[in-house]
Design a protein around this ligand. Structure first.
Ligand SMILES: [Zn+2]
Length: 501
């Protein structure tokens, strides 16, 4: 099975914040899990360089646009190592040689289908969103996303015949060809389609764009609307328009094509983009997962205000595991979540250092104390170990089912259950008492069975945690790998970050 997983490509009008980290970490978990399953996976991220927003931000900063865009794009690229992401391909729409020819070909395909035409247009435009709003969509006359007053713009633009695709889109969504999760977002899209789709503008005067962007083929007075341009990244990075086998392998194939995105860009991905693909005669994505937003300390994160925590800096200070764990464990599938460093630290100390780390440390230390570092041979599940055994055996299946629903909290809970059950088991069977009775001449097998079961639980944790916390999983596996028949000396797999406990 082939699985192609993409994140949206953010504007680079500022440095990344914790909200960007959420989406790339979620995508990374899906990619790692599918790979663990033996799937062929391609995980793609990138940056949207051609936005008018970038031009405006660069001007405000008094920096050359190219230099400004390059500098911020680097910071997004640097999230890869900072968050242990397994991104296979990172596309930058302004400088990637694959992008422009692909966008041009896409444009031509839509033109050939008769879906592009010129029209004079007047409307209310939010530069923050790069989109026109109807008065009904505004909140008290202001952009619902940015709370800014839109500009009145009148210009000659190219339009895309979105109105033609309502029925086909509805059919694709209700028939399961295009899955949109969670269901609330799917209903939102269907309601939007049912309200009647209007053609949308897909070009801007080159003059207003300050020469930034991709010229409309055959009409250099216009540049291609940044959303039309940006959405094409999902196929141009595969070589659509420039040749090669990747497009056939990852898009025009029976595999999965999974887009992850935030709720603010739902319409672009679940309506405009599929309609563009239908027009160009190309397959649709198979899955769209929409996450809600993060706030920081109760404040809406805004790149420009600098209120968003910098994920790379957080990872450098508190460790990649702590950042990933918070994003995966605390952010619900539906609804916004509030990030604070305090919450992240408390969660990491409680579950990673005290829960997981302490468990692995205790088990390895007991194997040293009672068995000189030699792992006992496997024995049947000891009495009282049934729940632990079940947690180990079901973790993978339960995590997989949860990830199929894009429910990262439920997925991590399935893995966490192993640690929880193992700690409960230790307290219940009290290995130190088994050791005492063994020393007093009793049978050694009960303690062997208990240590064996606990060791299996640590191995299962290392294995099942790998897609979520790859760095921690590697350390756990390291602690559980005998050298010359002996486990390495017990050493902490998580450091405490310092919440008071
Ligand atoms: Zn806006």
């Amino acid at each position: 099975m082939h699985t192609y997983i993409t994140t949206t490509i953010p504007y680079v009008n500022a440095r990344p914040h914790i909200g960007h980290a959420l989406e790339v970490v979620q995508a990374d978990v899906l990619a790692r899990f599918r790979r663990q399953h033996g799937d062929r996976v391609r995980f793609q991220a990138g940056t949207d360089d051609n936005s008018l927003k970038n031009v405006l931000a660069a001007k405000a900063a008094g920096v050359d646009v190219r230099e400004f865009v390059d500098r911020n794009a680097e910071a997004f690229l640097a999230l890869g190592p900072a968050l242990s992401l397994t991104v296979d391909d990172f596309i930058r729409t302004s400088r990637d040689v694959r992008h422009r020819p692909g966008v041009e070909q896409f444009w031509q395909a839509c033109a050939t289908a008769g879906d592009l035409y010129r029209k004079r247009y007047e409307g209310l435009y939010c530069t923050g969103c790069e989109q026109f709003y109807s008065p009904a969509e505004l909140r008290a006359g202001r952009c619902p996303e940015h709370d800014t007053e839109p500009q009145r713009v009148a210009e000659q633009n190219w339009f895309f015949r979105l109105s033609r695709y309502g029925d086909r889109l509805r059919e694709a969504i209700t028939g399961g060809e295009l899955r949109i999760e969670p269901a609330g977002r799917r209903n939102e899209v269907l309601a939007f389609i049912d309200s009647g789709l209007e053609d949308f503008s897909v070009s801007r005067p080159a003059e207003r764009a300050g020469g930034w962007g991709i010229p409309v083929p055959g009409d250099p007075s216009q540049v291609i609307y940044v959303w039309f341009d940006a959405l094409c990244n999902y196929v141009t990075a595969l070589g659509y328009g420039t040749g090669g086998d990747a497009y056939r392998e990852w898009w025009a194939s029976p595999g999965r094509r999974v887009h992850l995105l935030g709720k603010g860009v739902l319409r672009f991905h679940a309506v405009y983009w599929p309609a563009m693909l239908l027009s160009a005669g190309q397959p649709l994505p198979t899955d769209i997962f929409v996450h809600d937003y993060l706030t920081t300390g109760g404040q809406k994160i805004s790149k420009s205000s600098g209120s968003g925590a910098d994920p790379a800096a957080l990872a450098a200070e508190y460790g990649t595991d702590a950042v990933r764990w918070w994003l995966l464990r605390e952010v619900p599938r539906v609804g916004d979540a509030d990030f604070t460093v305090g919450r992240m630290v408390a969660r990491a100390d409680d579950e990673l250092a005290n829960g997981l780390g302490n468990l692995v440390n205790r088990v390895v230390a007991m194997i040293h104390r009672y068995r000189d570092g030699r792992v006992p041979d496997p024995l049947p599940v000891p009495a009282g170990g049934e729940d632990l055994d079940a947690a180990c055996r079901h973790a993978h299946e339960h995590a997989g089912a949860a990830l199929e629903d894009f429910d990262f909290r439920r997925a991590t809970a399935a893995v966490w259950a192993i640690a929880d059950e193992a700690n409960r088991f230790i307290n219940q069977v009290r290995p130190w008492e088994l050791s005492r009775s063994e020393r007093d001449g009793g049978d050694g097998r009960p303690l062997d069975a208990v240590l064996g079961a606990l060791f299996e639980a640590c191995l299962a944790l290392g294995r099942e945690l790998a897609p979520f916390l790859p760095d921690a999983a590697a350390r756990i596996i390291g602690q559980c790998t005998p050298r010359d028949g002996l486990l390495p000396a017990a050493s902490p797999v998580f450091r405490r970050l310092g919440s008071t406990a």
